[in-house]
Design a binder for this molecule. Structure first.
Ligand code: BEZ
Ligand code: FE
Length: 293
């Protein structure tokens, strides 16, 4: 082996990591080593900065558990999560674009009937989200499950409330025979990402806005179609163009119209004025040779 010099160190490390038994791991690790070395050389990384970075990563690990994933939040604010979504979900024009899952999705939400209220008495302006789930050719898709979750009017998710042991502001709806769905909920508000950890410390030292615009999350799965993880954003809400996790896409911004009390989009009546958002989700067909996950 050659002994280390300034000039050969990167090549030596790349060669060593190129011995990974899996070809993909070798590709991932050699590229990582090249980019890390180039970064350190470019910025002239000092030992103090290196130690501070190690401490920051350690703190990020310490604060993470099965409810809080600070590394994912770090990836989100760096734009990496959205980049990975973009690289892996290049849908056709016309299909509804995917966005980040975020840290607050909880598996196993209860099922809700067409038009059922998922807000279950939580204070807020009533909102109906209605539309259809379609294939790329416009075919309505019946029996599609829409897993919906959102924050309350204070911007808090169920996952952030340890004392809650029942589903809160989340439910699974199913499309009817004509592909239609109807979600009743409360109007979401924009909110701050968790700022009490290492990510917040880092963001606080910048001019970055740490808010997300008002949105509702959807996870839509149907056999033969790509899984769609996306959001709907309220048109005109604050922070649309500064979303701290780079999640906002033009195609996903929806107008919330003001409607008077009266007939409900879900059947029956609504006894107070409400908001209505209409959106058709268009699913990307899965290639015939791609196995179902
Ligand atoms: C969310 O929208 O739930 C979210 C996404 C990324 C980071 C923090 C929150
Ligand atoms: Fe969210």
């Amino acid at each position: 082996m050659a002994f280390v010099t300034d000039d050969n160190l990167t090549d030596l490390a790349v060669k060593r990591w190129g011995t990974a038994h899996s070809p993909r791991l070798a590709e991932l690790m050699t590229a990582l080593v090249r980019h890390l070395h180039a970064y350190a050389r470019e910025v002239g990384l000092t030992e103090e900065e290196w130690a501070a970075a190690v401490e920051w990563l350690s703190a990020t690990g310490r604060i993470s558990d099965d409810k809080r994933q600070e590394f994912i939040l770090a990836s989100d604010v760096l734009g990496l999560s959205t980049l990975v979504v973009q690289l892996n979900h290049r849908f056709s024009a016309g299909a509804t674009p995917a966005t980040v899952l975020g840290p607050f999705h909880i598996d196993g939400s209860p099922t809700a009937a067409f038009g059922a209220d998922l807000s279950d008495g939580i204070a807020g302006t009533p909102l109906f989200v209605t539309g259809r789930v379609l294939g790329l050719d416009g075919t309505p898709l019946p029996d599609v499950v829409l897993d919906v979750w959102q924050a309350d009017a204070d911007g808090t998710y169920e996952a952030q409330l340890p004392e809650i042991d029942e589903a809160r502001l989340r439910a699974k709806y199913r499309t009817r025979a004509d592909g239609s769905y109807c979600v009743r909920t409360i109007a979401p508000r924009g909110y701050a990402i968790p700022m009490d950890g290492p990510v917040g410390d880092l963001v606080s030292g910048t001019d970055i806005s740490y808010f997300r615009p008002a949105h509702i999350h959807f996870l839509i799965e149907h056999p033969g179609y790509e899984k769609l993880i996306t959001h709907l954003f309220r048109q005109g809400s604050e922070f649309l163009d500064t979303d701290v996790v780079f999640g906002t896409k033009d195609e996903l911004i929806v107008r919330f119209t003001e409607e008077p009390a009266g007939a409900s989009p879900g059947g029956g009546t609504v006894d107070e004025p409400y908001l209505r958002a209409e959106f058709d989700f268009v699913l990307q067909p899965r290639p015939a040779d791609e196995p179902q996950p």
